[in-house]
Design a protein around this ligand. Structure first.
Ligand code: GPV
Length: 831
């Protein structure tokens, strides 16, 4: 793999950093921003003053980068995503500017702790989970690897809600992340675009060109105003842009419109603009079909595509060559209206013929699929779609018409092919089908996932157009999830392998393998883990008021709450363990802290019940004197990027227990591995590749294979009541859901969970095969518990996980996207 370590500049003075200047400027900022001094300023104000100073360090690199791109007439990827789960910026910007330690020293001289200052920054939580965080890792890697990118998204006023736990239940609190402003963003009103909704399409004869013209009229319009956030590369002077769009009402009345002076229309336009970017939909892996969501999609896509074309035309005259300079990468189907929007611009605004426009569009668009779960597939009702986007809908119809002719030619009289591949079908617009038909690339996010797409979910498309399909196994950035999140381990890795080049070349971390059997290194590794466990214990004490024992095994499942991720399997097993220990207080068991962190979509009932169950089990188990603290259950409130960094660093066991075939990839699994946690998981998503890298002896694998799961599904499921009848331990825990054991006698609290196994009110019983996998899971957990008691063996396993995590850097993933899909060139930036 090509790396660019030779361009990395780590000497802070070489990047123009001067401690004394920095200090003086921070004090000046305090004065000019808040009329305060060090003595009177709040921590939040100091954070702001520091952040503005860091933005100053960024600005020159930002200008230099954009200048270099222009000079080299660089090709850009536009990474279009409804979500960018960025987390905090200050610490990572300092790291990538290579002056983190120096700024920490400056702050210390001012009597401040950099961690406390970093804690003042709200997470930019413009995303739900894996898909949004992947986008954030990708743009960071693109910057670090010297590739031009615009991240394009929405500047939600309210990002992912804050989670509070009241009486064991999740309560959602609005996330007003912009309350104190965002010191890193820059408003760019000069790039404002207009986006049109509703109305109708008028057809006029264009005598000159001898063809129809399509004129969109009677619409409501909003202005899209971009805010740019810098994305700093590691030590290479590159600063790319995350461009997020805000919606503003159009000030002037549309006097040119035929019903001029229409007061009501002006008011309606204002209302449209008011709510379009209000809030991120908090659904993960789930399509909800709300009109406002489609408005959000078209809003940011139209603005981004218009902007891309305008930029291209500043320096190029021939739009036929657009694919040489622009690639639109669609992060799942959410931005798929990119396809008809680009067609609209080329046809209606540029006056092209269909075939020319289609040729360009299909060379510019590429699609990433992130799930095979049916409930996540976006299918917009035709009536809603055509009402909101009348001209776009016409274009979709034409794309569909022409595609179906192709299908018919290739597969005469095979209606099943049309049924599976049509874009418009049974009154719905099927976004995935449109993305596949129009994209030149379709990729899955882990090898197993791509295989399932090819062999099953998208079989007909794969058969018809195999050349489009490819795999890009996900990755994560080690700058955030090791260098920033786990500074102790980061320094130790550098010391052990004798170089810090792993920061931009993660496979070098393999050098740790030489120490796997070295007793002293094992001790050092576990000492670092212990310190990180202390740090997490302190966090949990401060935020959740629970004492945890840093000598216990930290067994951790943090991710969105979803039935397919099977937090329920985890907590049912804790109930089982509790029963075992009550029955046999002397049982051989190493003390374990079961840590959960998860937000449930606000409207996802089963997920919220599961949170309540976890907290209820925690209440009983943590307070039962018979257990003597040997089992603890902790639910960490408000799991998000910033506390995730602390959690990964402190984990011993990484729970990756999704029903095989359901988790497209997972990326948390990689963050745990990098930080030396051992995977306890199913053969699902990227777990398969993790096991391949680290070796089966250094992971704990259990459960049905994806093939087995899919075979059961093809037969309509299985019979969980047989297991219930024949396995007394399982019988007992299910009964405990409805006998009040974990609910102060309330027999109804968990009735629906109970019913989901034995008497589902909808769908199949135990849809995610929890009981089917239970014994295998229990046995794997026993192996984990035994293995941990052999300190040397565990230390070796943990270290080998870190040592073999090299493949899972997002730098590798990005190089593959560049090689196979984007074909970007590296741009060197000098100051
Ligand atoms: I679709 N993913 C997500 O976070 N939200 C979504 O709406 C959809 C997918 C996730 C998958 O569930 C993960 O397996 C995957 O690792 C991640 O996307 C990034 O590819």
């Amino acid at each position: 793999m090509e790396t660019n370590t030779e361009t990395v500049v780590k000497n802070p003075t070489a990047i123009g950093f001067d401690k004394e200047v920095f200090k003086k400027n921070v004090l000046d900022n305090l004065k000019s921003l808040f009329r305060k001094t060090m003595e009177t300023a709040s921590q939040q104000e100091i954070f702001q003053a520091v952040a503005f100073e860091v933005k100053d360090l960024i600005i020159d690199r930002w200008l230099a980068t954009q200048k270099a791109y222009k000079e080299q007439d660089a090709k850009y990827v536009y990474y279009l995503s409804m979500e960018f789960l960025m987390g905090r910026a200050l610490g990572n910007n300092l790291i990538n500017l290579c002056c983190y330690d120096e700024v920490a020293e400056v702050l210390e001289e001012l009597g401040l702790d950099i961690n406390v200052i970093e804690d003042q920054e709200p997470d930019a939580a413009l995303g739900n989970g894996g898909l949004g965080r992947l986008a954030a890792c990708f743009i960071e890697s693109l910057s670090t690897l010297n590739y031009p990118v615009y991240g394009c998204g929405i500047r939600y006023k309210y990002g992912m809600f804050k989670q509070e736990i009241h009486d064991g239940y999740q309560v959602e609190v609005p996330d007003n992340w912009l309350e104190n402003g965002n010191p890193f963003e820059i408003k760019r009103p000069e790039y404002t675009q207009t986006v049109k909704f509703g109305g109708y399409v008028r057809i006029e004869w264009d005598a000159e060109r001898q063809r129809n013209r399509f004129i969109h009229d009677g619409y409501q319009a909003v202005n899209a105003v971009p805010y740019d956030i810098p994305v700093v590369g590691y030590g290479n002077n590159v600063v790319n842009v995350l461009r997020i769009w805000d919606a503003q009402p159009i000030q002037e009345f549309n006097l040119a419109s035929f019903d001029k002076g229409d007061y009501l229309q002006a008011v309606e336009q204002e209302n449209l603009a008011k709510n379009i970017v209000d809030v991120l939909y908090p659904n993960d892996n789930h399509y909800s079909g709300k009109e406002l969501r489609l408005k959000q999609q078209y809003f940011f896509v139209s603005a981004s595509v218009q902007q891309a074309i305008r930029k291209y035309k500043e320096t190029h005259s021939d739009l036929h060559k657009l694919p040489e300079k622009v690639c639109f990468q669609l992060n799942d189907t959410h931005p798929t209206v990119t396809v008809p929007e680009l067609m609209r611009i080329l046809l209606d605004e540029e006056g092209m013929e269909w075939d020319e426009a289609w040729d360009i569009t299909t060379k510019c668009c590429a699609y990433t699929n992130h799930t095979i779960m049916a409930e996540a597939l976006e299918k917009w009702p035709v009536d809603l779609f055509m009402r909101l986007l009348p001209r776009i809908y016409q274009i979709v119809q034409e794309i569909n018409r022409r595609f179906l002719i192709e299908v018919e030619e290739r597969y005469p009289n095979q209606y099943n092919k049309i049924r599976s591949m049509a874009i418009l079908y049974e009154g719905q617009v099927r976004m995935a089908n449109m993305a596949i038909v129009a994209g030149f690339s379709v990729n899955g996010v882990a090898r197993l996932h791509t295989e399932i797409l090819e062999k099953r979910e998208l079989r007909d498309f794969y058969e018809m157009m195999p050349e489009k399909f490819n795999n890009k196994t996900n990755g994560i950035t080690q700058r955030r999830f090791l260098l920033h999140g786990n500074p102790l381990l980061a320094s130790w890795v550098t010391e052990k392998i004798g170089t810090d080049k792993w920061i931009t070349d993660l496979p070098l971390i393999k050098g740790l393998e030489a120490y796997a059997d070295d007793t002293k290194a094992q001790q050092e590794f576990m000492d670092i883990k212990y310190k990180n466990k202390l740090r997490l214990a302190k966090y949990i004490k401060e935020h959740n008021h629970i004492d945890v024992d840093p000598n216990s095994i930290y067994d951790v499942q943090v991710k969105r709450l979803h039935e397919y991720k099977r937090q329920l399997l985890n907590i049912l097993h804790v109930m089982y363990l509790y029963n075992q220990m009550k029955a046999n207080p002397q049982m051989d068991f190493y003390p374990t802290t079961f840590i959960f962190g998860a937000k449930a979509a606000a409207g996802y009932k089963r997920a919220k019940e599961t949170i309540k169950l976890i907290n209820s089990v925690a209440d009983v188990v943590n307070n039962d004197p018979d257990i003597r603290g040997r089992i603890k259950v902790v639910f960490i409130e408000n799991y998000r990027v910033s506390n995730a960094e602390i959690i990964f660093a402190a984990s011993d066991v990484s729970e990756q227990i999704s029903t095989a075939s359901k988790e497209a990839s997972g990326t948390g699994n990689m963050k745990f591995m990098l930080n030396g946690a051992v995977t306890l998981g199913t053969m699902d998503g990227a777990n398969v590749e993790i096991v391949e890298e680290v070796g089966a002896e250094n992971a704990f694998i259990f459960g049905m294979s994806s093939e087995e799961v899919m075979a059961y599904e093809a037969n309509g499921g299985y019979h969980p009541e047989e297991i219930y009848r024949n396995d007394p331990d399982i019988h007992r825990i299910l009964d405990q859901l409805v006998d009040g054991t974990f609910s102060h006698g309330d027999r109804e609290m968990f009735r629906e969970i109970y019913n989901s196994f034995l008497a589902p009110s909808y769908g199949r019983a135990d849809q995610y095969f929890i009981l089917k996998d239970f014994r295998s899971y229990a046995e794997a957990r026993e192996r984990v518990n035994k293995a941990y008691q052999d300190k040397a063996r565990w230390a070796k396993m943990a270290m080998l996980n870190t040592a073999n995590s090299g493949k899972f850097t997002s730098d590798r993933t990005i190089e593959e996207y560049v090689r196979d899909i984007w074909h970007l060139k590296k741009v060197q930036v000098t100051l």
